[in-house]
Design a protein around this ligand. Structure first.
Ligand code: ATP
Length: 669
């Protein structure tokens, strides 16, 4: 229709032709909208969703990392975005910003970032989107496999998945052992997203006839460095061999070690490497204040007690090298009544108990968790103020993971490492090489509360506690003996009788390999085949001892490989009528598990005790009242025992380590 011109003045009647045209245009538009709506309504839901998905996928190619600050800047499904928002996740962290886009585009990703930087969501978001894109339903079976090194970490990842993925319709399952294999087997095939530990998964692959992963779309290896450190390399390789070759793989780690790169080569195809803190000055979070003290082995318990007395309102984790130490010192500290709740988490506890402790510690505002390295990696306890490493970690990586339990996601935190004089040089050097900025601080001897006498009196009245002290003693000595790095860990330098006294023992228990060593006071000389004498080394295992370890290794593994469980009983072997010898043997197993890793990959801790018996054993000592009249004086004494951030609280200068100064220098050059 041509243009019309209105020559009439104001107040004249509107041109009916023009009005009609306007009305017709509006009407047509409305009609076409209605038509479209009707068409849409007729479309099945899956088709509408398909169109939405196509639009999202079109945007994958347009993702520009530099423009991303929020999750909503990524082309994500409404269901995922809603889940993220409801869980209060809005802004992305660096690792999330850099990896989510790549993973959405279907690429294999190796992502490394410091502890507490948000790696969990960096893979959970692409996991949800991958199945959403494929409109996965429960009948499609297993679509995504997430492998975590420990049960606790798997549980935690599962909880985040439940929170963020709650608007999706997929089923998710947690398979971590500690439960009836048959019970799990009946349910495993209905799971779309499976979070699991490697040993248990391989067990299902071997023993659950109906379990298959033929439809698998994505594999996630979380805390890959820990998976490997725990001796799960063979298990992981066996799992990967059982998975379809055509899949996407995401691998996340807090440290970049050679073995992680080897695993990446085996499991990823043309991966994108994202190492967000590669150029960072330090490999630990900037908000983490890190210090170390050097003290004698026999002082360590008093140092810990004094520390706790001066941090009654804080949340701390204390790392020990063996379960036996945790068990004994947990009991002793409960009796010492430092005035703060004490919890214990270690691999000898039954799974349910581990979960309870984990949740309890998460809930508490002020508490101390005595733990072995099962708590060291990946676990996300909120608002931890302090991480204390009571025993020297086996290497810098373990240090980084332990310390990383505090100062998570923009929070502050403090880490304190306790070193023996013989460990100082080697460990500090390793830490500085790994760009960990540690400073030495001094203990103010006046603030140190000596608890040895108290321990002696506890043991004089309690035979059970005395036996625990003996096991703790042997266990610690053995843990040092088994450490790989003989530059740092030298069992011959330990003040053995003094250490026994500090545990409250009048006499040091017999330790066979120590006696042998004492017979050869000079360190072994290693004679090579051509009879040349090479550098002296710290003592290595004799053939007999190697055989001894092998024996309980193979015995343990044979029980587990048969899919059998350890005998039911209480955590405390003696309470269960287990003889001393058997206890020793179990202790050996545990040490080997903790220190040498799982030889064939099956998770060995299927639990020793029933829940009830364990509760009976531990409950009365678990939580303590803070008031204790007798402790008042000590309370005052300990007031500023370890406020390391403040200067000169120990009456001594804060000594900046020379090597640290060198590190600063290197970086400024
Ligand atoms: N985008 C985000 N916004 C707010 N909080 C976040 C975000 N991403 C992660 N967090 C929080 O940061 C903390 C650390 O996250 P996460 O456990 O994923 O770290 P991580 O890198 O896996 O650490 P680790 O290497 O120690 O396992 C968690 O409490 C998590 O809830």
């Amino acid at each position: 229709m041509g243009k019309t011109t209105d020559f009439r003045g104001p107040g004249a009647r509107p041109d009916p032709v023009r009005s009609f045209n306007r009305w017709k245009k509006k009407h047509n538009h409305k009609q076409s909208q209605k038509k479209q709506l009707r068409k849409q309504l007729k479309k099945p839901e899956w088709q509408v969703e398909r169109e939405v998905i196509s639009r999202l996928m079109l945007n994958y190619g347009k993702i520009n990392v530099n423009e991303i600050t929020r999750f909503s800047d990524f082309p994500l499904s409404k269901k995922t975005l809603k889940g993220l928002q409801e869980a209060q996740y809005r802004l992305v962290t660096e690792i999330q910003k850099q990896t989510i886009g790549l993973a959405l585009q279907g690429k294999d990703v190796l992502g490394a970032a410091k502890t507490g930087s948000g790696k969990t969501l960096a893979f959970l978001v692409p996991v949800l989107e991958a199945l959403y894109r494929l409109q996965w339903t429960s009948t499609d079976g297993l679509g995504v496999l997430i492998i975590s090194p420990t049960r606790e970490l798997a549980y935690q990842t599962f909880e985040v998945l439940r929170k963020v993925g709650k608007n999706h319709d997929f089923s998710a399952g947690l398979i971590i052992g500690g439960k009836d294999l048959k019970h799990e087997a009946e349910r495993i095939n209905n799971i779309n997203i499976l979070v699991c530990t490697p040993g248990r998964l391989l067990q299902h692959m071997d023993e659950t006839i109906c379990f298959h992963a033929t439809n698998l779309q994505m594999l996630v290896l979380d805390e890959a460095d820990r998976i490997l450190d725990m001796g799960f390399a063979d298990t992981t390789n066996a799992i990967i061999e059982n998975l379809p070759k055509k899949r996407q793989t995401l691998l996340f780690s807090a440290t970049q070690t050679k073995s992680v790169k080897d695993l990446a080569r085996l499991s990823l195809k043309n991966p994108e490497y994202v190492w967000v803190h590669e150029k960072a000055k330090y490999s630990t979070p900037a908000t983490l204040e890190q210090n170390y003290i050097v003290c004698q082995l026999q002082q360590k318990i008093s140092v810990l007690y004094s520390f706790l007395r001066s941090h009654l309102k804080k949340k701390s984790i204390v790392f020990f090298s063996s379960c036996r130490e945790v068990q004994y010192l947990f009991r002793v500290f409960c009796r010492l009544r430092p005035g703060i709740s004490i919890l214990a988490l270690h691999g000898r506890q039954q799974q349910m108990r581990r979960m309870e402790v984990y949740n309890e510690f998460v809930r508490k505002r002020a508490a101390v968790l005595f733990a072995t390295d099962i708590a060291a990696r990946g676990l996300d306890f909120p608002a931890v103020n302090w991480v204390l490493q009571f025993d020297c970690p086996e290497d810098a990586n373990t240090y980084i993971h332990r310390a990383g339990r505090t100062a998570r996601y923009k929070e502050d935190g403090e880490a304190l490492l306790i070193l023996l004089p013989s460990e100082e040089k080697g460990m500090v050097q390793q830490l500085l090489q790994r760009k960990v900025p540690v400073k030495e601080i001094k203990i103010n001897p006046e603030k140190l509360i000596d608890v040895q006498k108290k321990l002696e009196s506890f043991l004089a009245q309690d035979q059970d506690l005395k036996e625990r002290a003996q096991r703790c003693f042997v266990s610690y000595i053995r843990s040092v003996y088994l450490m790989k790095d003989k530059e740092i860990f030298d069992v011959s330098k330990l003040p053995i009788p003094e250490y026994a006294l500090s545990l409250g023992l009048a006499v040091a228990p017999r330790v066979r390999f120590l006696q042998k060593m004492q017979k050869q006071p000079n360190k072994e000389l290693i004679v090579s085949q051509d009879k040349k004498v090479s550098e002296p080394r710290a003592p290595s295992l004799s053939n007999d001892e190697v055989e001894e370890f092998r024996a309980y290794f193979s015995e343990k593994m044979s029980i587990l490989q048969k899919g059998g469980k350890r005998p039911e009983g209480t955590e405390d072997g003696l309470a269960n009528g287990i003889s001393d010898e058997e206890e020793e043997e179990k202790e050996g197993e545990e040490e080997v598990e903790e220190k040498l890793g799982k030889a064939n990959g099956y998770q060995p801790h299927s639990g020793l005790s029933t829940d009830e018996s364990q509760k009976q054993n531990e409950a009365p000592m678990q939580f303590l009242d803070r008031d204790d009249d007798n402790e008042e004086e000590e309370d005052e004494l300990g007031a500023d025992f370890f406020k390391v951030k403040r200067h000169n609280v120990f009456g001594l200068d804060l000594k900046e380590n020379k090597a640290l100064q060198m590190l600063h220098k290197e970086e400024t050059i």
